[in-house]
Structure formats: structure tokens, C-alpha cells
Write a protein that binds this ligand. Structure first.
Ligand code: VGL
Ligand code: ZN
Length: 270
């Protein structure tokens, strides 16, 4: 799989080999110079950030005002600055192309809306990170292996590639590489063993001193939601761009319920 202006991405084999060594996997995208995988030093299992002080009292949160916001409130325009990361979640062929195995309705509108955000983010000096579901061929994530989903985004396949119309980001994060569900761009939980692993995204943002996360992409009720909830837990000022997300809706209403859960957790709706 090749990105415009970048070298070959990892094959299924190399991703699986890496998974055995270290599941943390972030790749930088550099035009013309190829893709240099960088691996943070250790297998990083990060405990959820506590919002309570040592006496157990709830700490005031930056987002208290937003916690009361509901999705029916008007959304606010999203702004970017050099302390912000735009996290573009899973705009991959299997979700975003009508021929994809887990096509999300209206995903074409998401590609256009995400590209508008990528342009605004880059203009303002924000970092753009794309995430990719990057599953092994056999994983309890898939219905055929005891899970929920049709086979999708298998490492190294067409379905796992970023949609060709998506504007390129600066860094890529792969998730689910060890057979985990990998719904969040920050962390992965194995559906059977319960093992938790970091994707490396939190380290990447912290190393750059970033404080704000803007989330867009697919799908609202799974990976967008879990990415935004993790971002809040990890202490980032977090916004989801409603115009640039769509739900998969296994059950009707899942999309709206996800938006409500995110708003209640302190996610701002852009
Ligand atoms: C996703 C279902 C299964 C997502 C990933 O990207 O939202 N949904 N795997
Ligand atoms: Zn998946």
C-alpha cells in the first residue's frame, strides 16, 4: 500500500511481527522521504486519568460547562492552533468506500468535511494525525471469529488503506494490530484477554506539548466516540466536528446516543 508522496506502508506480515515485539506503532508521513516507523520505548499501558483528588472528591474539570451541553445545542466553529491535534479517525476504504465491507452511510460527505478540517488545521500549524484500524486476518473482533463485525481493515489490504481522496496527515497511528478491538485512537483493549495497550498517540501528542484534540472521521458511535472519550480522560480539551463524522448504527439511534454520551463526558461539539 502506498500513500501519495510517501513510501510503502507496513505489510500485514511486518505489522504482525511488530505486534509481537511491541504493539505501540506510530508512523510519520514525510513527503518524498518515505515513511519512518518510530516506536516509543516500551509497551505502554496507561491507566485512565482520574478526575478525583486524593480524598476522592471530584476535581473541577476544564469541561464542566460543556458537560451540560447536549447535542441539540448549536455547534461552534472549530478553530486550530499549534497546540492542537486534529485526529482523523479511520477514513479507510472499508468504511468510506461504498464497496467497503463496513461502509458507513454518507461517508463521502465525511471525506469532504474532513479535508476542510485538515486544510484549516495545517493552515493554523496544528498537527494532523490519521488513525487506521489495522486488524489481523483472524481476530475476535470479527463475527467469523466470535465477535461482532464483518471482516474489515485487514492489515495491508485495500480495505485498510486510507481513502484515496483523503488529504494526507502528518502522522499515522495503527490500532487493533494485536487482535484488539482497537476502537480508540489512543488505546486498545483485547476483547478476550482484556489486555490494554497504548497506540502511542498520547505519547506523540505529549511529546509535542499539545493540549487540544479535535476529532473527525468514522464512525461516530464506535471509534470517534472512544477516541474522544479517551482524549477527555487523558486531559485533552476535546472537540468532535459533527459535520465530519457519521455513525455505523448497528441499532437505530446509536449515532445520537454516542453524541449525547460524548457531550456528557465533556466533549465540545464543533
Ligand atoms: C469501527 C467498527 C469496527 C470504527 C472499527 O472505526 O468506528 N467500527 N471497527
Ligand atoms: Zn475494526
Amino acid at each position: 500500500m502506498v500513500l501519495p508522496g510517501a513510501g510503502a506502508l507496513p505489510t500485514a506480515d511486518s505489522a504482525l511481527r511488530r505486534m509481537g515485539e511491541n504493539r505501540t506503532f506510530v508512523v510519520s508521513v514525510s513527503c518524498g522521504a518515505g515513511v519512518a516507523p518510530t516506536r516509543p520505548p516500551a509497551y505502554d499501558v496507561r491507566a485512565p486519568v482520574s478526575h478525583r483528588d486524593s480524598a476522592g472528591a471530584a476535581r473541577p474539570r476544564r469541561h464542566d460547562r460543556r458537560c451540560r451541553a447536549r447535542s441539540s445545542f448549536p455547534s461552534v466553529p472549530t478553530t486550530y492552533d499549534p497546540h492542537t491535534a486534529l485526529v482523523v479517525v479511520d477514513v479507510q476504504n472499508d468504511f468510506a468506500d461504498p464497496e467497503g465491507s463496513l461502509y458507513v452511510p454518507e461517508a463521502g460527505a465525511v471525506v469532504d468535511a474532513v479535508n476542510t478540517e485538515v486544510e484549516a488545521a495545517h493552515r493554523a500549524g496544528a498537527l494532523v494525525v490519521t488513525t487506521q484500524d489495522w486488524h489481523p486476518a483472524v481476530t475476535p473482533h470479527f463475527a467469523k471469529d466470535g465477535g461482532t463485525w464483518p471482516v474489515h481493515c485487514v492489515a495491508g489490504t485495500w480495505g485498510a488503506e486510507l481513502h484515496p481522496d483523503l488529504a494526507p496527515g502528518d502522522r499515522q497511528v495503527f490500532k487493533g494490530v494485536g487482535g484488539e478491538d482497537g476502537y480508540s485512537g489512543f488505546s486498545m483493549v483485547h476483547p478476550v484477554t482484556g489486555d490494554t495497550a497504548s497506540t502511542g498517540l498520547d505519547d506523540l501528542l505529549r511529546q509535542r506539548g499539545l493540549e487540544r484534540v479535535v476529532v473527525a472521521g468514522l464512525a461516530t458511535d464506535y471509534c470517534v466516540k472512544e477516541t474522544a472519550l479517551d482524549a477527555v480522560r487523558l486531559g485533552y480539551d476535546t472537540t468532535v466536528v459533527l459535520a465530519a463524522v457519521r455513525p455505523v448504527e448497528l441499532e437505530p439511534g446509536d449515532g445520537q446516543r454516542a453524541v449525547d454520551v460524548m457531550a456528557d463526558a465533556g466533549v465540545a461539539l464543533g
